[in-house]
Design a protein around this ligand. Structure first.
Ligand SMILES: Nc1ncnc2c1ncn2[C@@H]1O[C@H](COP(=O)(O)OP(=O)(O)OP(=O)(O)O)[C@@H](O)[C@H]1O
Ligand SMILES: [Mg+2]
Length: 339
């Protein structure tokens, strides 16, 4: 189990003519990923997804909050022990072109971390090559074909699989996959998604998935949870299906309203939510961070920030459906079948 409570991060950006400014990338984010579970974070560009992924993988510091890995709070550990714990969480770089050292064969790439692992766990050196072959087979590529080759001799899809095999060399408990906008090759994206799903089932490895695409979140997260992040804050969360089929926060609804409609087959949901004001980061916020853009705002919304609370109604689900909104309501925003 990996949990985060109150994770907060502010970046101080260098000043231009307007002087420096602070960017509040994360404003107290809580999350929990059970062993073998899947949690997706979704939100628009700049909402703090990558920052969160890097913090969870131990690659970025945070200003406040705590990350607990299998019951151990990371702040209680010394640097070296902390690094060992964070090794259980592996970030998969979604750019396979820059993630692998071009001067090393795939064998060399996998051999280095495996040899270290063999030494640490007292395994014979013969284990290293066996394990390398095993991991490559596990991610669906032929070891005989790739081991002796360099990254540039492989297709993008194969390189991406090698990146995942390398993450698996340390037997991680959780993989963090940050899907960047630059990943435009659809077939490659799909095969990586299918592989992550398969690894979850076969190895029991949990997955923290970061995306701006609701369809992707739905695919990876069936049976898992979806967190909707807006300007560094979780505004809605719950089982992926219940959030997607019954979103109650206007921001989640605006994300879902943006799903394209299949003309002739579907028509837009009749309560589509479209933000009414462009975001001006320089203006201070008092209450709800979405209030200025929200078509449902009232005075209450700008007075005090809303807390995450449970959605009213039957609560028989494995994970509670929660929202941070003064005017939550189920609205019909996703495309409906045309009559
Ligand atoms: N190293 C940094 N220094 C200064 N500001 C940063 C740094 N990293 C991120 N930020 C800022 O923090 C905010 C959150 O950035 P982040 O990269 O986490 O967003 P994101 O949700 O991953 O966006 P995208 O969907 O575009 O990848 C942004 O305003 C960004 O400009
Ligand atoms: Mg990002």
């Amino acid at each position: 189990m990996i949990t985060g409570t109150g994770i907060t991060k502010t970046y101080r950006q260098r000043g231009d003519v307007l002087g420096g400014r602070e960017v509040r990338a994360l404003r107290g984010v809580d999350f929990a990923v059970p062993r073998g579970g899947a949690v997706s974070f979704i939100g628009e560009s700049g909402c703090g997804k990558t920052t969160l992924g890097r913090i969870v993988a131990g690659l970025e510091t945070y200003d406040a909050g705590e990350i607990v890995i299998d019951g151990t709070p990371m702040s209680s550990l010394r640097h070296k022990q902390r690094q060992a714990e964070f090794r259980k969480i592996q970030l998969i770089h979604q750019d396979p072109y820059s993630a692998l050292n071009p001067n090393r064969t795939i064998h060399q790439t996998l051999q280095a971390p495996l040899a270290l692992r063999a030494r640490r766990t007292g395994r014979p050196s013969s284990w290293v090559d066996d394990r390398a072959e095993e991991l490559l087979s596990l991610v669906g590529i032929d070891p005989g074909y790739v081991l002796g080759r360099y990254p540039h001799q492989l297709s993008g899809g194969m390189r991406q699989r090698v990146v995942i095999a390398r993450a698996l060399t340390v037997d991680p408990e959780m993989l963090v996959a940050d899907e960047s906008v630059s990943m435009i090759d659809v077939s490659m994206r799909l095969s990586v998604l299918a592989l992550l799903k398969d690894l979850r089932e076969r190895l029991g490895v949990s997955v923290l998935f970061i995306t701006h695409d609701i369809a992707t979140a739905r695919y990876i997260g069936d049976s898992g949870e979806l967190y909707v992040l807006y300007r560094g804050q979780v505004v809605e969360r719950g089982l992926t299906e219940s959030v997607i089929s019954g979103p109650v926060h206007p921001y989640t609804q605006s994300l879902l309203s943006a799903i394209p409609v299949l003309h002739g087959l579907e028509r837009p949901g009749h309560d589509r939510v479209v933000p009414t004001e462009a975001l001006d980061e320089r203006r201070p916020d008092t209450g709800c961070l979405f209030a200025r853009r929200c078509p449902f705002r009232t005075e209450e919304c700008t007075a005090e920030p809303p807390a995450l609370v449970r959605v009213a109604g039957p609560a028989a689900e494995a994970a509670p459906h929660e929202h941070a909104c003064y005017h939550p309501a189920r609205r019909s925003v996703i495309p409906e079948e045309a009559a």
